[in-house]
Every structure is written in structure tokens, then in C-alpha cells.
Design a protein around this ligand. Structure first.
Ligand SMILES: Cc1ncc(COP(=O)(O)O)c(C=O)c1O
Length: 293
């Protein structure tokens, strides 16, 4: 965000999407449109506009930015930020049309695009960046989690020339984490983990799909690569299944209001996927037999 604000001559606005989550640091909080618990009662950055995470949202943006009838001058927009696959908001995988419409709109108005790849990047979806699945060219990419260390990547023409303008003490991260990150990148390359994650991700979705026919409580199965999720009809069902899964030794995580996510490691094997889906199946069956569902 600071790179983009610094690059804009009159930085007044930033654009984000409904369902977004960009972290818990004070500035990033203003971009969040998922759970209220993160944002509540903290001061906000001014000028952040949000639109729905859909083609209708892109149309709204187009209207807002229209030089004749809109109310946001495009030259005052420092950035548009999005997660190429929304994480905390509920594992929402966008369609290709949406991503290219966002990309085109930003190119048309010369608005820098930030891809928050903190959850979706570094091989998780079967490409190095989830953005690579789409016709989508970010100007700034944020990365962390799988990289073991936080890193922000930007086109050099956007990056401030002035030394120490963005960060200092933690600018290079922690040395041990940086080594872990660099070894992670080398391992992804050496063991062909992008192809593996792509293949195993498809295998995981194929294994999960029959559950949707089997259980009425399951509303949707979706994902990209090894970001996989199942959505229930109610938050209570999701909570009960997460608990029943944990009792059986399967660790899952909630996202959105009633979605459960599965994030196996990039080197996950068939046997582990078989066991995971079997345990999840058992967990859903056990919950379906009780009064909560
Ligand atoms: C998309 C995304 N951005 C940013 C973050 C960083 O969050 P935090 O600031 O809480 O570490 C996360 C963590 O889950 C994330 O999923």
C-alpha cells in the first residue's frame, strides 16, 4: 500500500472487494471486508471504496471511475487490491472473466494492481502465484506464509527511489526465515511441486465432490489447486464438522461464514488425501446423525 501511495501524485483513494481480508496490521485493516472482529473500533484509512466480488462489482467500479459521471477521479486512486482467490472471506475462486475485467479496468485507468498472494501464493494453487491462472498482471505482489518470511514484490518503476522510505529494521526479514523461504522455493523447483499441487488439488476436489451428493448439509465443494473448501448450509454445521474432524485427527480451518477449508502441504500424497477425505466423510456423517444438523 505504501509503495502505491508513494507512486500516486494525489493519493486519495484505494479500492477493495467485499469479502476481502488483507491482514491485521493497522493500514491493512481498512481494506478488510470479511469478519468484523478484525476491524472493529480501530481507526481507518480514508478513501477506501469497496464493491462486490463479481462482474456486477466491476461494473460498479467502472461507473465510479467514469471520468464524466463517476465520483472517483482515477488519477487519485493509489491502488486496487485483491486476493486472486479470497481466503478468509470463504475460499471464493473468481471466474476468468471477472479477473480479466478487473485487469482491463485497471490498465485502462492506469491504476496499480496489488495481488495479495499471502495465502494463495508460492505454489498453493498449482501455479507460483494464483494470479498466474488468470489474464491478470499485478504491479505489486504480497507474499508470506509459505515463503516463511514476508516479502513485497513490485515493479521497479513503482518502487520509491528514496532509500529507507518503506522499511528499515525488518526490511530483510529474519535470516533463518529467509533461508527457509529460499530453500522452499528451491524445493518447489527441484521436486516439481507446482505440477504436483495442481494434480493433487484436482484429485482432492474429485474426492470431495461425491460428498456433496451424499450429504444435504453440503452446499458446495470448490477450490483451486490445494486451496480446497466445502461449504455447509449453516455455520453450526461447519463448526460441528470441524470439531468431529479434529476428534478423528483431521485438522481443518473455517473461513467465510459456513465454509471449511482444507490446506494440505504441497507434497501431499494420494494416501494422505484418501485418509483426509475419509475422515471428513466420517465427521460429516457423525454430525448428520445428531440433532445439530
Ligand atoms: C490474504 C491474506 N493477506 C494477509 C494476511 C496476513 O494477516 P496478518 O496480518 O494477520 O498476519 C493473511 C493471513 O491470513 C491473508 O490470508
Amino acid at each position: 500500500m505504501k509503495i502505491c501511495y508513494d507512486n500516486c501524485e494525489q493519493p486519495k483513494y484505494g479500492l477493495t472487494f467485499e469479502g476481502a481480508f488483507h491482514g491485521r496490521t493497522l493500514g491493512a485493516l481498512s481494506l478488510n471486508r470479511s469478519k468484523s472482529v478484525h476491524r472493529r473500533d480501530f481507526p481507518e484509512l480514508s478513501g477506501i471504496h469497496d464493491v462486490p466480488h463479481s462482474m456486477a462489482g466491476v461494473e460498479r467500479l467502472r461507473e465510479k471511475l467514469d471520468p464524466d459521471h463517476g465520483h472517483i477521479p482515477p488519477e487519485q486512486v493509489a491502488f486496487l487490491i485483491l486476493e486472486p482467490v479470497q481466503g478468509e472471506g470463504g475460499y471464493r475462486v473468481p471466474d476468468a472473466e471477472f479477473m480479466s475485467a478487473v485487469n482491463d479496468l485497471c490498465t485502462e485507468h492506469d491504476i496499480p494492481l496489488i495481488a495479495d498472494e499471502i495465502q494463495s501464493g508460492v505454489g498453493r494453487t498449482g501455479e507460483m502465484w494464483a494470479s498466474d491462472h488468470f489474464d491478470f498482471e499485478p504491479d505489486v505482489i504480497t507474499s508470506a506464509k509459505a515463503l516463511r518470511v514476508g516479502a513485497t514484490i513490485s515493479r521497479s518503476e513503482l518502487f520509491p527511489d528514496e532509500k529507507a522510505r518503506i522499511s528499515s529494521t525488518w526490511g530483510a526479514g529474519d535470516i533463518l526465515s529467509s533461508i527457509q523461504g529460499s530453500l522452499t522455493l528451491a524445493a518447489i523447483d527441484e521436486h516439481d511441486l507446482l505440477d504436483h499441487a495442481d494434480r493433487q488439488g484436482k484429485g482432492l476436489l474429485d474426492r470431495l465432490a461425491p460428498l456433496q451428493d451424499e450429504y444435504q448439509a453440503l452446499e458446495d465443494v470448490r477450490g483451486l489447486g490445494l486451496m480446497a473448501a466445502v461449504e455447509f448450509e449453516t455455520p453450526d454445521q461447519r463448526e460441528a464438522v470441524m470439531e468431529a474432524a479434529l476428534e478423528r485427527g483431521l485438522l481443518t480451518l473455517g473461513c467465510g461464514k459456513k465454509t471449511l477449508r482444507l490446506l494440505p502441504p504441497l507434497d501431499v500424497r494420494d494416501r494422505e488425501l484418501d485418509i483426509a477425505v475419509e475422515l471428513l466423510d466420517e465427521a460429516i456423517a457423525s454430525v448428520s446423525r445428531t440433532a445439530t444438523v
